[in-house]
Design a protein around this ligand. Structure first.
Ligand code: ADP
Ligand code: ADP
Ligand code: MG
Length: 454
């Protein structure tokens, strides 16, 4: 087993990985920017190395600085967390050439899934249903119009290299497509370094259901159930996630799980990964993309499978075999995660920053808090607005919903603005309580509240 691991990330996920390391008797090394000096992730790791000034490009995304920190630290392995370098094949390659283990899939598996067009091609090859659309990047707007006419409007223009809900644009007619094409291309080029776009059918009111997979270096790949993440902002960012998917039937779970495993096996996948699908009301499912990393919402899977996914990632990276087979995996109870963000729900979720003066976090049986924040910590404007994840676990979905409402009721934050008041409304909404949600739930709820307000 490794003696020392460097965590190439920040915030709650860096804390999460450091905890796993300590439990396994492995020394952890945090990296931090000057703006993150006082973050909990710096305090709970065994060592910490500053990698630059506040902005991401100067620190967490400064490849030379991060690689230097890895070498100075003497770490034998690097955990990339999510975001940042987690899905950059060149980062995994660079580590490999330094003789350091990347805790994640092999670089060519990252590469194969790193682009939405390539990933869909793999899914098609293994017989996994995909959202109808172009079979690869579309050359120009004439091609795109031709395709869209075949598929039927509305369609989505998607950046092949997009992520985090960015780079997705809905168009409802040929005119709209033509007028949006160049803009979508140049935005994609500027944000993701590739202007390539795919055209995809816009699935109306689907549910987002994703399958957690885990593979070892002995060609074993299993799925650890699924998560539903239909509660998304207007910008396709997940806010509340749960496991299992409330409407999952054993038949659908097996079909989706088997498909996800086939996709993973086809690209020689190892370590943790997530295959994302859209599910329609008539139980049809369509492959969306694969995220070749640990996911923000991984805790809900941990809660219902009783598997520590981060510890398992580390063991697999160290060359161990999966300690179980598909048959051993059982799902028990229901878990729901809510993302607490520094965003103002009354001002279109504008980011908020500043010093946290009051931080009274919820607790009690079945309540898990993953966070890097505390009273006195200053939230800087440089980073993702996520402050914490509240994860509740209970025997049934109804009990989990009640527990989440209680936890959110308890959660008091002052000094900065948060989305907590909005989350409270969300979990009290009859549709959320009954589990009758799809990806249009939050946008519709926002419209309702505007109607009430006016
Ligand atoms: P998850 O399902 O794990 O929540 P997200 O798509 O929300 O996945 O991404 C997780 C994190 O990684 C977020 O902080 C998001 O901002 C960041 N992220 C993911 N992909 C990209 C990308 N291509 N460019 C920039 N940030 C990204
Ligand atoms: P990202 O890389 O940004 O996560 P995804 O392709 O995973 O992009 O899509 C993010 C979200 O956008 C989905 O969870 C879903 O809500 C919405 N979405 C994506 N593709 C479609 C589609 N074809 N039809 C309807 N909604 C979609
Ligand atoms: Mg996605």
């Amino acid at each position: 087993m490794f003696k020392k691991i460097l965590i190439a990330n920040r915030g709650e996920i860096s804390c999460r990985v450091a905890r796993a390391c300590r439990e396994m008797g492995i020394k952890s090394v945090a990296i931090y920017s000057e703006a993150d000096r006082d973050s909990l992730h710096v305090k709970i790791a065994d060592e910490a190395i500053c990698v630059g000034a506040g902005s991401n490009s100067d620190s967490y995304l400064n490849l030379a600085n991060v690689l230097m920190a890895v070498q100075i630290s003497g770490a034998e392995a690097v955990h990339p967390g999510y975001g940042y370098f987690s899905e950059r094949a060149n980062f995994a390659e660079a580590l490999k050439s330094l003789g350091i283990t990347f805790i994640g899939p092999p670089p060519d598996a990252i590469e194969a899934m790193g682009d939405k067009a390539k990933a869909k091609a793999v899914a098609i090859k293994v017989g996994c249903p995909v959202v109808p659309g172009s079979s690869g990047p579309v050359a120009n707007e004439q091609e795109a119009v031709k395709l869209a006419e075949g598929i039927g409007y509305p369609v989505l223009l998607k950046a092949v290299a997009g992520g985090g809900g960015r780079g997705i644009r809905r168009v409802d007619s040929a005119e709209e497509l033509v007028s949006n094409w160049k803009l979508a291309q140049s935005e994609a080029q500027a944000s993701f370094g590739s202007g390539e776009l795919i055209v995809e059918k816009y699935v109306v009111e689907p549910r987002h259901v994703e399958v957690q997979v885990m593979g070892d270096s002995f060609k074993n790949v299993v799925y650890l159930g699924e998560r539903e993440c239909s509660a998304q902002t207007v910008r396709h960012q997940k806010i509340i996630e749960e496991a299992p998917y409330a409407l999952m039937s054993p038949r659908l779970r097996k079909a989706m799980g088997d498909s996800a495993v086939k996709v993973a096996k086809h690209v020689g996948y190892t370590n943790a990964g997530t295959v994302e699908f859209l599910v329609t009301k008539d139980e049809k499912f369509y492959f969306l993309e694969m995220n070749t990393r640990l996911q923000v919402e991984h805790p809900v899977t941990e809660q219902v499978t009783d598997v520590d996914l981060v510890q398992l990632q580390i063991r697999i990276a160290a060359g161990e075999k999966l300690p179980f087979t598909q048959r051993d995996i059982e799902l028990k109870g229901h878990a729901i995660e809510a993302r607490i963000t520094a965003q103002d729900p009354d001002r279109d979720f504008a980011p908020s920053s500043g010093k946290i003066t009051v931080w009274n976090a919820p607790g009690g049986r079945g309540v898990r808090m993953d966070t890097h924040c505390y009273a006195g910590f200053t939230v800087s404007p440089y980073y993702d607005p996520m402050l914490a994840k509240v994860i509740v676990t209970a025997p049934t979905r109804q009990q989990a919903v009640e527990k989440l409402a209680t936890a959110l009721h308890e959660f008091q934050v002052e000094g900065i603005l948060t989305n907590i008041s909005f989350l409270r409304k969300m979990v009290a909404h009859p549709k959320f309580v009954s589990g009758d949600i799809d990806t249009s739930f939050v946008p519709k709820m926002l419209e309702e509240s505007l109607v009430y307000a006016s």
